[in-house]
Design a protein around this ligand. Structure first.
Ligand SMILES: NC(=O)c1ccc[n+]([C@@H]2O[C@H](COP(=O)([O-])OP(=O)(O)OC[C@H]3O[C@@H](n4cnc5c(N)ncnc54)[C@H](O)[C@@H]3O)[C@@H](O)[C@H]2O)c1
Length: 353
């Protein structure tokens, strides 16, 4: 029986299954196909329900719910962001998500999304850069060499051919880890001792640090003409990475303005500062890069449609490869209106044992 014929079974993708799925497909192929799915959904952006994510902030971090629907499928992600977690051996970001059939409301997939979020964030960054960075951009600085960093490097190489990396982290062991993980994949890697050194000659600067504060990871003098900035780590109220002066010199591209104005780098700017939505650049409704001297900034915060695309892609892939666990998540009484009778029959069975 195929995944689609099993009415009351919800396919479940554990962390172990996700890793095996990604490796079976191949990391580069996975990123390229996922990026294509994200691009496809960005092209039909107006078809989606959109709302800024629902965030519950605390002193230590944030827990967020990210829902969306295209009228046929519904998806949501649960995700946290706790910058101090790594000190206790926990991830800064963990996530899981659900994809459902709008027609009957039944979940069609429950999936881990910690690994999937790293992949979808990197794929989204690379899609934006494909439309915004100077063509032939081969050198990328990555500031912040934690959990997301290798995924960013791999997506940019797979989609744009960016194969020269300049890495910097305030913790040199993170930089060493990142460089070691990317060995033997065709990258030329320079481990740098400062932001100044990392951005030297970079066509693209990715900032992907974690700190729950207004930080200045990149100052104005770090950004020369023509650079594309992929700002990933500033994604919460009070949590930014770029100096305001950079924002004032850049053309700014965002996912969903009502969410980015709350969470992104542009929280530092007046609420009417002009920004362009990335989906409009992809469809050709808006102009992206106009010349080689322009500074383009993708103020990434992560939007629900990217997670929807990721869940949609994974659902199609596991159906094709038959790689999932069957989860007993939905009650299935013989008579749909006799839920209580199902409980009674279970009670009888248990007392007979
Ligand atoms: N935009 C999105 O869609 C999206 C998605 C996922 C994660 N994120 C964000 O990306 C960031 C990184 O996530 P992660 O899972 O890699 O976190 P992580 O904790 O694993 O890594 C963060 C790294 O940043 C380094 N760092 C902190 N301050 C720094 C500084 N001033 N200069 C240089 N390096 C510094 C830390 O030492 C650490 O190695 C987080 O802020 C997270 O919220 C954004």
């Amino acid at each position: 029986m195929t995944i689609d014929q099993k009415l009351n079974v919800v396919p479940f993708i554990s962390v172990d299954h996700m890793m095996k799925l990604v490796l079976k497909v191949g990391i580069d192929t996975f990123l390229i196909e996922l990026a294509a799915t994200i691009e496809e959904d960005f092209r039909r952006w107006p078809a989606f329900d959109k709302t800024p994510r629902v965030a519950s902030h605390s002193h230590e971090g944030v827990i967020e719910l990210m829902p969306t629907s295209d009228g046929t499928l519904y998806g949501f992600k649960y995700v946290n962001g706790h910058p101090k977690n790594t000190r206790q051996g926990r991830q800064t970001v963990t996530a899981f998500g659900v994809l459902s059939d709008v027609g009957n409301g039944y979940p069609m997939l429950l999936s881990e999304m910690t690994i999937l979020t790293a992949l979808r964030t990197a794929a989204t960054s690379a899609v934006a850069a494909k439309f915004l960075a100077r063509s032939g951009s081969r050198t990328m600085a990555i500031i912040g060499n934690g959990a997301q960093s290798e995924f960013q490097a791999r997506a940019f190489k797979a989609l744009l051919g960016t194969d020269k990396l300049r890495l910097f982290d305030i913790d040199p062991s993170a930089t060493r880890k990142c460089a070691r993980n990317l060995e033997g994949l065709g990258f030329t890697i320079v481990e740098c001792g400062s932001v100044e050194e990392a951005v030297e000659g970079a066509d693209i600067v990715t900032t992907v640090t974690a700190d729950k504060q207004y930080a200045t990871i990149l100052s104005d003098n770090h950004v020369g003409p023509g650079v594309h900035i992929n700002a990933v780590g500033g994604d919460c109220p009070g949590k930014t990475e770029l100096s305001k002066d950079i924002l004032l010199r850049s053309d700014i591209f965002v996912e969903y303005p009502p969410q980015t104005r709350i969470e992104g780098e542009i929280q530092q700017l007046p609420s009417d500062h002009a920004v362009t939505e990335v989906w409009q650049v992809i469809t050709g409704e808006a102009v992206g890069r106009r010349n080689d001297g322009q500074i383009t900034l993708f103020d990434s915060v992560g939007f629900a449609i990217e997670d929807f695309s990721a869940l949609r892609y994974v659902r199609a892939k596991i159906a094709e490869l038959n790689m999932f666990e069957e989860l007993d998540l939905l009650a299935d009484p013989d008579d749909p209106r006799d839920l209580y009778g199902m409980l009674l029959r279970c009670e009888k069975k248990l007392s007979a044992v």
